[in-house]
Design a protein around this ligand. Sequence first.
Ligand code: ADP
Ligand code: MG
Length: 292
Amino acid sequence: ATPMSIMVATGRGAHAGVLIRDAEALERFSKVDVLIVDKTGTLTEGRPSLTDVEPVAGGDASRLLSLAAALERGSEHPLAEAIVKGAEERDAPRAEAQDFDAVTGKGVTGTVDGAQVALGNAALMQQLSVSTQALSDRVDALQAEGKTAMFVSIDGHLAGLVAVADAIKKTTPEAIRGLHDAGLRIVMATGDAEATARVVAKTLGIDEVHAGLSPEDKNALVTRLQGEGRSVAMAGDGVNDAPALAAADVGIAMGTGADVAVESAGITLVKGDLGGILRARHLAVATMRNIR
Ligand code: ADP
Ligand code: MG
C-alpha cells in the first residue's frame, strides 16, 4: 500500500465522517466478508421511548415506574434514558436509589425506599432467582411488536414490567441493501431478547440473528466466525461491545457511543449510522484496487 493513496483515502473518509485509524484497518476492511452489527443504537435510533408500564395483578403502576426510574437515573444505557423521561412525563413520584449497580448486558439493581429493586432482562431475573412466569405471556406479546420489555423485581419477587420501543434509523434500510450489494453477509448480535431482535431483523432483511448475548458471547461469535475462515467486521456503540470490537478483524465504533468503543476500533463513524459503514467499504475497496 502506498502511503500517498492511504492518506488520500483517510482524508476523504474524514470528510465523510469516517475516521480510519491506519492503513491496516483500511486494507483489512476491504477484505471483510461478514459484518456483525449491534442492534440498539446501531440499527435503531438508540433513543427508545417508554410505551408500557404493567404491574403484576394488584400492583401500583405509578410506584413501579418510580422505582424503575430511580434505578435508571444511575445508568447511561439508552433504555435508562427512556424510562427516566417516561416517568417524568407520566408524573411518577420521584424516588432515590442507593447501592446502585449496573449489570452489563442485563440491567440495573439498587435499593429504593429500603426495598431491593432490580430492573432488566430475563437473564438478570434468573441470576436473582426471580420467577418471571406470571408475565411471560405479556412479554411475548410486547416482543412480537418489536418492543423491549424489562422485568422489575422488588425484594426478590416479580413486581411488573416496563417496555420501550426504539425506532429503526431512517438511513438503516438503504444502508443494509447497499452493504448486501457490496457482498457482505450481515449478522445481528444483540443483548436484547430473541423475539424483539427477530422483528427488527426481518423488517431489515438481516441474514442472521444472535440475541440474548452477553459481551463475552459477542466476542465468542466474532471468534467463531473467524474460525470458520470469515473475515469479520463488528460495529457497535457501547461498553458492552468493546471486547468484540477489539477481537474483530475490523472494529467499527458508532461515534455516538461510549469512548471505550472508539478506543477498540479501527474505524470510527462520527455520525454513527450504518451509511458510514457503506461509505467506508467503498473507500477501502477502491483504495486497495488502485494500489494493486
Ligand atoms: P444491545 O446489545 O442491544 O445494545 P445491551 O447488551 O446493552 O443491548 O443490553 C441487553 C439487555 O439487557 C437489554 O435489552 C435490557 O433488557 C437489559 N438492560 C441492559 N441495561 C439495562 C438498563 N440500564 N436498564 C434496563 N435493562 C437493561
Ligand atoms: Mg448497544
